[in-house]
Ligand binder design. Sequence first.
Ligand SMILES: [Zn+2]
Length: 319
Amino acid sequence: MRRLLCLLLLLLGSTAWAQQQIAPDVWLLRGAYEAGKQPDGNSILLRGSEGWVLIDSGRHAAHAEALLKQAGGQLKAVINTHWHLDHLGGNALLRERVPGVQVYASATVDTALQGWLARSREQMLAAMKDDKLPSATRQMMQIDLDLLSKPQALAPDQRIREPGPLQLAGRRLRIGLESAVSGGDLWVFDEATATLMTGDLITWPVPFMDTACAEDWDAALARLEALPFERLVPGHGPVMSRADLQKYRQAWQTLQACAASSAEPRACSMAWIEALPGLIATEERPRVHAMLAYYLKSRLRAAPAEARAFCAAAAKDGH
Ligand SMILES: [Zn+2]
């Protein structure tokens, strides 16, 4: 009973502290990244004179519900930074609950829904036919399959094709357009509070390179560094300062140099950790080593065709 009570308190606690005010009228809902579950990206709610604007809607229903608790029927617009399901899966539920909410994203979302995500759906459906598929994996896949069964509920109403200013719900925003992570990555700069939301152009504990064009990344980080921000919200992980971004970019350059050398994968992941003193918790290190070993093999040190599979023309086809 006592254990049950502790668990309940923990669960209650987690919903209570889940939303964090990081600047006047700016709230952050940190994305969960729990063992046995697919992640949610970070979500940011901005309150304007005419309602709320949301940057990224997460993947899981619980995440979208937490956002609705804050913004309710006053949610006017959603901006998806990119097409990964942990940043736009919540669109479906939000649209159901708040009819008329306008979704903004890059046109790459459409290409991905018809290309990469449609193929991923086919692969998951095939995998689900295997009786030996572990039930935890089956559950994770079912969540994504449910989302991908209604692609029109995930797609944007308004396509952002150029960087520039955008006023939503009375909030003045500046939108940037990059291509390093997904072929069409938006960043959002909130003028009133100098808060920069980067989506997965920045992620912790390592850059997520699954659909990345690694060679474009450093220039994208340089453009972020040039913005007059006072705080930065990454796609995954805690709020960062300008000094944190500078270290992150240097760590990325160190990782690139290591990938180009003959050093062991573990030496490269160690170099990444050492370039970010105090920014990667000790308990995160095993995950850093595992993830970077995977990305070195599948991306940074892969044959050119594979390493560049998501660069320029290839990304436009949603490959
Ligand atoms: Zn993400």
